[in-house]
Design a protein around this ligand. Structure first.
Ligand SMILES: CC(C)(COP(=O)(O)OP(=O)(O)OC[C@H]1O[C@@H](n2cnc3c(N)ncnc32)[C@H](O)[C@@H]1OP(=O)(O)O)[C@@H](O)C(=O)NCCC(=O)NCCS
Length: 193
């Protein structure tokens, strides 16, 4: 797929379904659900953004996200719990390189839902999309060296640990070492080679 076709594919990114989750575009009406977890300081310890203080912070985030959809930025999904009908987190391709057929993913989930394998389920769906639809060759993820839950998700979906990148990420004003993980197309079973 050439760069123009990849951009068009990204622009039209679809909903993804898993047994327990619907990954879909966010909407302004999701503000209350998102504020409920994005305002929770322990949940934001390892993410790039500060906890939302007011619903207006959440609305601004949603405005930026909706603008990103209009501008054709890489996919950013809200994670809706199918059983409960609420948005419980988000996941995204932060970056897609058409030149290198490479993408980087990130994710966050409301604290109440941790430890049930939900993000592992969501990330598997993102990898399928990245390899099968975007036709990427390599999908990466990185996290703070102390974010065990995050790198366990990476391990569980078959990503390989590639090393520690020194002071690679800025988290809440501090330069932090990051663990880098990636999975290659040739390591992925079930995708269209
Ligand atoms: C990281 C995060 C998305 C994981 O989501 P989740 O749905 O709880 O993940 P899963 O249940 O699929 O898997 C988590 C794994 O980490 C393990 N884990 C969690 N905390 C752990 C800890 N402190 N020490 C060791 N293992 C831990 C769990 O036991 C589980 O592994 P297992 O299935 O082998 O038992 C969630 O914790 C989160 O949103 N954290 C805050 C935001 C964040 O850090 N995002 C990532 C930024 S890089």
């Amino acid at each position: 797929m050439d760069a123009a076709a990849l951009q068009q594919t990204i622009y039209n990114f679809p909903e993804l379904r898993t047994p327990r989750l619907l990954l879909r575009r966010l909407r302004m009406e999701d503000a209350d659900d998102i504020f409920a977890y994005a305002s929770d300081p322990p949940m934001t310890r390892f993410v790039f953004w500060e906890p939302h203080r007011t619903l207006d912070d959440t609305r601004e985030y949603l405005q930026r996200t909706l603008q990103g959809y209009a501008d054709g930025l890489p996919p950013c999904w809200g994670i809706q719990h199918l059983g409960e009908g609420v948005v419980i987190g988000g996941c995204a391709f932060h970056e897609v390189s058409a030149m290198n057929l490479r993408g980087e993913i990130g994710y966050a989930l409301a604290r109440k839902y941790w430890g049930q394998g939900l993000m592992t389920e969501a990330v598997r769906a993102m990898l399928d999309y990245g390899f099968n639809t975007l036709q990427l060759n390599r999908i990466e993820a990185r996290c703070d060296v102390e974010n065990t839950a995050s790198w366990r998700v990476m391990e569980k979906v078959g990503m390989k640990f590639e090393g520690v990148l020194r002071q690679n990420i800025m988290l809440h004003g501090r330069a932090r070492d990051a663990r880098m993980y990636a999975i290659l197309r040739e390591e992925r079973s079930g995708c269209n080679k």
